[in-house]
Design a protein around this ligand. Sequence first.
Ligand code: SF4
Length: 183
Amino acid sequence: MMNPPTEIRLFGTASDSIVDGPGLRFAVFVQGCSHHCPGCHNLKSQDPSGGQIRTLDSLMEEIKANGLVHDVTLSGGEPFEQAAACAELARRLKDEGYGLWAYSGYLYEDLCEKAKEEPAIGQLLELADVLVDGPFIEAQKSLGLEWKGSANQRVIDLAATRQAGHIVLWTHQEEDFNRPLKW
Ligand code: SF4
C-alpha cells in the first residue's frame, strides 16, 4: 500500500474565516486549479507550481493552534486536483473531530466518476460533510448567495446525498433551534 502524502501545495490559509461556510472556520486554500473560470476570485491560486509546499504536520499544528475553530474549509485552487493530500488532511481533521466543507469547480457527479480512477477523490467525498460544487460562472454571480459565488453552484450535504442516492442540499441546522417546540 502506498504511504499517505505528508505534504500539500498551498496558496495560503485564513485562520478565522466567516465567508467559507457557517460559523468561524479555518480556511485552507490549496494551490493549483485547471478550471480557469473567467472572473476567478483567486487568480493567483491557479498555477499548479505556485504557492508553497507545506507539511501536513505543520498545517495541522497551525489549525489546532486556533482553539476557537472547530470547522475547516478546503478551498482553492481546486482541492480535488490534490485529492490524495486533501484526503489525508481530511482524515486527520476528522480524527480530531473537526467539521469539514470542501469547494470544487467540478460537479459532484463528475467527481464520483473520477473517483473510479482516483480513489482519493472518493475518500475526500466520504470524509467531507459538505461540498460546494461547480465552476464559478460570472454571468450568474451574485453577492447575495450564501457560501457560493454564482447561482449554479450547489451546497451539497454529502452524507444525506449518499443515503438518498440523489443530490440533497445542505440546510442550516442552526435554524432548527429557532423553531417553536410546539406549533
Ligand atoms: S474553480 Fe475557483 S479557483 Fe478555480 S478557476 Fe474557478 S473560481 Fe478560480
